[in-house]
Design a protein around this ligand. Structure first.
Ligand code: SF4
Length: 73
């Protein structure tokens, strides 16, 4: 198991109300303890900072993340 290096400051990973449904649990398995470098939230954190990540951005929303990064540059 590979744990995401950003998990301590990640709202998706740490908010129990936000990520307790089955789809979110599966995304945590896929991204947070798996392929975290493919996560949309990780992508924004890498390109900008933790501050620019919308609360509701899901790990599988890479297209939205790319648009947000493009708008902020
Ligand atoms: S949602 Fe993304 S940035 Fe947050 S802990 Fe999971 S893989 Fe890391």
């Amino acid at each position: 198991m590979t744990e995401c290096t950003r998990h301590t400051q990640c709202e998706f990973f740490n908010n129990q109300n936000f990520n307790s449904d089955m789809a979110s649990i599966r995304m945590k398995e896929t991204y947070c303890t798996g392929d975290f470098k493919s996560c949309a939230r990780f992508m924004i954190n890498t390109h900008i900072s933790n501050i620019g990540i919308p609360f509701d951005l899901l790990p599988n929303q890479r297209t939205r993340a790319a648009q947000l990064i493009s708008n902020l540059k």
